[in-house]
Design a protein around this ligand. Structure first.
Ligand code: GLP
Length: 281
């Protein structure tokens, strides 16, 4: 378990974890990590490709990005973004769409060029869904792949909108939402009846292709999902467990979401021996 600012996994004894006392501190550490890469690429005259998530979890991370832009002159001019998912049936300007969410919390508040924003179009006609998903994959490839993927996790372990039982090799696709997710997310829509029942989402295979993944999970509601993702079997029943396969994924927690981990003492024990191990790395 890491508590320092460097979130980079050093040795894969377990899914690398960083547990923070508070979600705000955690969000600032994640923003600092990503900002470091944005600035390094600026110095090299290169772009950075970010995979972005929605939901309540990354809101303070985006707020910190906005603060860094306003107060510390962090520019996003060299950033390309791909969002993870979108509700089926909602166009990017629908008030409840993830497209609007991104504009409200980030895109309209920074200097990210419009042409570098990529969103799945939830309103694409039925006959064009497959082609749209394939094109999204193609655009990610053409941009050079995702450097940094930001993720949240659903209470049932979903990442993006990859609900339990979806293939761990899936690419961008149309998914039916689970009853749990409909219940969890319906408050935003006022009622279950008004909530879309499907979504377009990057697949788990698409997510695992990112060079670096930071998954944020805060609060007691995420305890079971975190426990299964980190310590449970690698299984389609918990899509987040696919991160166990990734060589550079870090799970960012607060003390509430980390409370269900059974091997916390063991992780601390491992980390306390990090210095001894460095000579073998
Ligand atoms: C939605 C999104 C996910 C997100 C999850 C958790 O279903 N598609 O990307 O991780 O919600 O949401 P929250 O952060 O609000 O708990």
């Amino acid at each position: 378990m890491q508590t320092e600012h460097t979130l980079l996994p050093t040795r894969l004894e377990h899914v690398p974890l960083a547990v923070f006392a508070h979600r705000l501190t955690a969000s600032c550490a994640v923003a600092a990590e990503v900002a470091g890469l944005i600035r390094a690429r600026q110095r090299q005259g290169r772009t950075v490709v970010l995979g972005l998530a929605t939901g309540s979890t990354p809101v303070s991370f985006y707020a910190e990005f906005v603060r860094l832009h306003r107060e510390e002159r962090l520019s996003f001019a060299n950033v390309i973004t791909f969002n993870l998912d979108e509700y089926r049936g909602l166009s990017a300007d629908h008030p409840r769409s993830y497209g609007r969410f991104m504009r409200r919390h980030l895109f309209d508040l920074i200097d990210l060029p419009e042409t570098r924003i990529h969103l799945l179009d939830g309103a694409v006609p039925d006959a064009a869904v497959d082609a749209h998903c394939r094109e999204y994959e193609e655009k990610i490839r053409a941009a050079g792949g995702i450097d940094f993927q930001i993720l949240g996790i659903g209470r049932n372990g979903h990442i993006g909108f990859n609900e339990p039982t979806g293939s761990l090799r899936s690419r961008t696709w149309l998914k039916i939402l689970s009853e749990q997710t409909l219940k969890d997310n319906s408050a935003v829509f006022g009622s279950l009846a008004e909530m879309p029942k499907h979504a377009l989402t990057m697949g788990i295979g698409t997510i695992l292709d990112a060079r670096r993944i930071l998954l944020l999970a805060f609060g007691p509601a995420k305890v079971r999902a975190v426990e299964h993702m980190v310590e449970g079997p690698l299984a389609a029943i918990c899509p987040g467990s696919a991160l166990q396969l990734h060589p550079r994924a870090t799970v960012i927690l607060d003390e509430n979401s980390a409370a269900g981990l059974h091997y916390a003492d063991h992780y601390r024990w491992i980390d306390s021996h990090k210095l001894d191990w460095q000579k073998y790395d």
